[in-house]
Design a protein. Structure first.
Length: 293
């Protein structure tokens, strides 16, 4: 029975041991389970300061130091809190073997590549651009956005990983044929990815420092482009420490960079095949982050 169950799981690319409790939201690995729950609690910690800043419009008075202070305050709890107050499952676990450390490493590399390179696809294809009153930038992207991206990418993946696990530990997934299983898995991943991309675009509607020439097309088409990030990252991130084998930090980093390369390729395929929005001034020719000669 155990061999049959393990074989079924290996075929589907999910956990080898589904556990006796059937479908579940959180990992059977105690350390990973604690980390997943922590990141869910972490989400309102960084969202609340954002809500206050937006409601009070305090950001309109800020320059580099103000935005950077907010960004640091947003991202630090994801590192300091589990470091200072580890869960019971982590107390005797080396730091480099803790799930929350690997999750931060994975998101760091993926988010850095996204900001440094893929933002320029938004500049070129979607004609979106930032006009924050800041001078601290890296490759034409405000540095504070690298930190803020880390926080909300952690939250996105914290919410979607349990959903994916709920599917692949369900009785339906266990009994379905491989084509049916993968069809269902693909539908769920695409739905989560598009919903995430659309909601981010929509919530940025009132942000005066994020300029979008055609918001309707940005919501519909731009969200489909942004979705490319997540159709890869959601299932790939969920694999960390999922099957019982503990990932090393080097494997975590390489997996993240490999996932980023897949997204990179998809973004450029979009540029070549779909092109930019039908907006005056949009030129989809040429690699976005390499200036034309």
């Amino acid at each position: 029975r155990i061999m049959a169950r393990g074989t079924k799981s290996a075929q589907h690319g999910v956990e080898k041991d589904h556990g006796s409790d059937g479908a579940r939201w959180f990992s059977s690995n105690p350390g990973k389970r604690w980390g997943e729950i922590f990141f869910l609690y972490f989400s309102p910690m960084w969202m609340l300061p954002f809500v206050i800043v937006v409601i009070t419009e305090a950001y309109k008075q800020w320059e580099d130091r103000g935005y950077m202070t907010l960004a640091v305050c947003v991202v630090l709890p994801a590192i300091l809190l589990p470091l200072l107050f580890p869960g019971e499952a982590d107390r005797n676990t080396p730091l480099t073997q803790r799930y929350w450390v690997k999750a931060n490493v994975w998101i760091f590399f993926f988010g850095f590549i996204g900001n440094y390179f893929w933002t320029h696809y938004f500049y070129r294809l979607l004609r979106a651009h930032y006009i924050f009153p800041v001078t601290w930038t890296l490759n034409e992207v405000p540095i504070m956005l690298y930190l803020i991206t880390h926080a909300y990418f952690l939250s996105y993946h914290a919410f979607t990983t349990p959903v994916l696990r709920r599917y692949w530990t369900s009785s339906f997934a266990r009994s379905a044929s491989r084509p049916v299983y993968y069809a269902g898995f693909t539908i769920i991943v695409f739905a989560l990815a598009y919903f995430t991309a659309f909601m981010e675009a929509w919530t940025l509607e009132e942000m005066p420092y994020y300029v979008i020439p055609d918001r309707r097309q940005m919501y519909l088409v731009g969200s489909a482009f942004y979705m490319l990030y997540f159709i890869i990252s959601f299932p790939m991130f969920a694999r960390i420490d999922e099957t019982g084998d503990k990932w090393t930090l080097s494997r975590t980093a390489l997996e993240s960079l490999g996932s980023a390369m897949i997204v990179f390729t998809l973004c450029d395929f979009w540029r070549l095949i779909v092109g930019g929005l039908n907006v005056e001034g949009v030129n989809a020719s040429g690699v976005p982050f390499i200036p034309a000669p």
